[in-house]
Design a binder for this molecule. Structure first.
Ligand code: PMP
Length: 351
């Protein structure tokens, strides 16, 4: 941990200093304007009610969780807490989620990039070598990975984390969509340097509320809470998150539908003449290789459907990432995909 973080005196907010119940709150310079739902009041800095719900629904012990303004905030805070700008480095395995390297750069922290193997699996021996040669402060591993949808072996992750003297952050943003998923949360007990991230932005439908969850040893949780902005997660966000977690049946239904649609769309894509490959995904998206990704994406956009061109990423030549939509959305997508086949044979058909 950075020395200045260890030594800093954290901000003490009004809600840190008094967290009981009072009839009249005149301690935080709030307003009485705003109404009965409490939106005129600052939120709980430690998201206590939400974390109790996380413990109940996700099974992660209360003292091992903290909540961020999206997992993006957690990535940024971990880099700021553990890496010294201009001196330390983090490791990523490209292609992966772009924010690890962007936030490292923002904090003037070097990024060591160990590319994935051709199979899009981790290059474990390359990573172990880089870990041994370059003392890392943070190793980021995204599983299931974005944009491939591939889940890495938990045993490999455990071995890498054990060899890494720094922090290993396992980003499980898409884990809800994976069947028989083995979470790295189970590693924390024997390796206190493991940090796991989850988010309510994907399976729980709360991307706009910005709720990221960090699971870690209580010592790391305490440092995060010390360093973060006092009211980093809004009251609206905390309430929405509690509402979503309580309604686990709705989440399960959506995840079931996404898994079904993922299978169906994957099989459908493979029948199309211009699709070169489809990666079996355990996330809520499919990565497929097409002959001319730029033209393909423009065509779909002209049909009112936006997908993500990932073809400039290493190892992903021709790669386009398609989020699994609802059954109805996917039917429209499939219609457009057939239209694209026809257009290649006959000229434009989609207005
Ligand atoms: N991790 C991964 C792998 C992601 O793909 C994303 C969002 N695309 C995030 C984290 C960010 O999640 P959040 O909305 O919680 O900031």
């Amino acid at each position: 941990m950075n020395k200045h973080i260890r030594e800093m005196v954290p901000y003490s907010s009004a809600r840190d200093e008094f967290s009981g119940h009072a009839d009249i709150y005149l301690d935080a310079n709030e307003s009485w304007l705003g109404g009965n739902d409490g939106i005129n009041r600052y939120p709980d800095p430690l998201c206590r009610k939400l974390r109790k719900e996380i413990e109940k629904t996700l099974g992660i012990p209360y003292q091992m969780t903290a909540v961020g303004n999206g997992s993006d905030e957690i990535i940024d805070m971990l880099i700021r807490i553990f890496c010294e700008p201009g001196k330390d480095s983090v490791m990523i395995e490209r292609p992966t989620y772009g924010e690890y390297s962007v936030l490292a750069s923002l904090n003037n922290v070097a990024v060591i990039d160990v590319p994935l193997q051709e199979s899009l699996q981790l290059d474990k021996s390359g990573m172990l070598k880089a870990i041994a040669e370059r003392k890392l402060k943070i190793l980021f591993i995204c599983s299931p990975n974005n944009p491939t949808g591939i889940v890495y072996s938990l045993d490999d992750i455990a071995e890498l984390a054990d060899c890494n003297e720094g922090i290993t952050v396992v980003d499980e943003a898409y884990s809800d969509f994976s069947e028989d998923f083995r979470s790295a949360v189970s590693l924390i007990e024997s390796n206190k340097r493991v940090v796991v991230m989850r988010t309510l932005s994907k399976a729980w439908g709360l991307a706009g509320a910005r709720i990221g969850i960090m699971a870690a040893d209580p010592e790391i949780i305490a440092v995060f809470n010390k360093a973060k902005a006092p009211y980093n997660v809004s009251r609206l966000g905390q309430d929405a998150a509690i509402g979503a977690l309580v309604n686990i049946e709705a989440e399960k239904a959506v995840v079931d539908e996404i898994r079904r649609e993922r299978k169906r769309l994957g099989a459908f894509l493979l029948l199309l003449p211009y699709i070169r490959w489809v990666i079996p995904s355990e996330a809520n998206f499919i990565l497929a290789g097409v002959d001319d990704p730029g033209r393909f994406c423009s065509y779909l956009a002209s049909c009112g459907i936006v997908v993500r061109n990932r073809s400039s990423e290493p190892l992903l030549s021709g790669g386009v990432r398609i989020t699994i939509g609802s059954e109805e959305e996917n039917m429209k997508l499939e219609e457009a995909l057939v239209g694209y086949s026809k257009m290649q044979e006959e000229g434009p058909v989609c207005r």
